[in-house]
Design a protein around this ligand. Structure first.
Ligand code: APR
Length: 263
């Protein structure tokens, strides 16, 4: 893979307008399980697709609320990995030399921001942006107030009560994520489309590429003459069409590909 890393490093060194598209694999080495990893504990009984919907939340409010608080605690306890930090440094390097780097992520965690990236486009929302399910008012909520230890398992007897909206006092809080069946935030997605249409390099990291419309972004970039590099230890539907496919992990590969540029 050395020559491929070299090839990727050359494109990285030359790129002036970059988009980094990430999925759950980007946070895997920060101990945040990916969406399609096998779930553990109580959550083993459910596919994420069964929990990440408004219908599921309305039907099993305590169960779905507990799942999101559990994930939020896990994310709070996680640290950005070397891949997050390499992307943050790359963005700063480009900004300082007249270039531009946009991070567009499907992840609802804040690890890109904590790894130094600014202006992150959260295509599927952000977990900690809680709002009222009924009146839609954004409401601050600190999941640490739920007094759960990171990784503490749930069972049917210790599910959390949902939190009542402090604004309308009738609705309950929901996480600021895009649930299955919901539309992506239009302004965020159109910013991501604009970015890939004007990129000379698109780096796709840690996504199975199974969920539209996020999965279309690398193709839109390629159609606008951007080079595409994919980083994923498991081949995906993009791997055969990417200009370079690096079969490795985010935290191992991004620092190597950026090493020469950031040295
Ligand atoms: N480095 C890079 N990639 C990794 C790593 C790693 N350390 N570990 C796993 N991966 C890859 C897996 O091989 C897989 O291709 O990350 C990908 C994770 O895929 P998914 O779990 O499907 O996550 P993602 O692609 O982000 O899912 C997209 O689907 O369920 C919805 O809204 C949800 O945002 C999510 C969307």
């Amino acid at each position: 893979m050395m020559s491929e890393i070299e090839g990727a490093a050359n494109w990285v060194a030359e790129a002036r307008s970059v988009v980094v598209l990430t999925g759950a694999g980007m946070s895997a080495e920060s101990s945040v399980p990916t969406f399609r990893d096998a779930q553990t504990g109580l959550w083993e009984r459910f596919e994420p697709e069964q929990l990440a919907t408004e219908e599921a939340f309305r039907a099993n409010t305590s169960l779905v609320w507990s799942w999101y608080v559990w994930r939020s605690i896990l994310i709070d306890a996680a640290e950005p990995n070397a891949g997050h930090e390499a992307i943050g440094s790359w963005q700063k390097h480009l900004a300082a030399t007249g270039g531009f780097l946009t991070v567009a992520t499907q992840n609802v965690d804040d690890l890109h921001e904590r790894g130094g990236a600014d202006g992150v486009l959260h295509l599927h929302g952000a977990l900690q942006n809680y709002r009222c399910l009924d009146c839609n008012t954004p409401v601050a909520y600190d999941s640490r107030s739920a007094a759960i230890r990171p990784g503490q398992e749930f069972d049917d007897d210790n599910l959390l009560d949902p939190v009542t909206c402090s604004h309308c006092a009738t609705g309950v809080l929901r996480p600021g994520v895009v649930w299955f069946g919901e539309r992506l935030p239009e302004d965020v997605f159109s910013s991501a489309v604009h970015a890939v249409q004007h990129a000379d390099l698109v780096v796709v990291v840690g996504t199975s590429g199974l969920v539209q419309p996020a999965a279309s972004l690398p193709i839109i970039g390629q159609e606008a003459d951007a080079k595409v590099i994919e980083i994923n230890p498991v081949p995906t539907g993009l791997s055969n069409t990417a200009d370079v496919y690096l079969q490795s992990t985010a935290a191992a590969t991004l620092p190597r590909v950026l090493n020469r540029l950031l040295a």
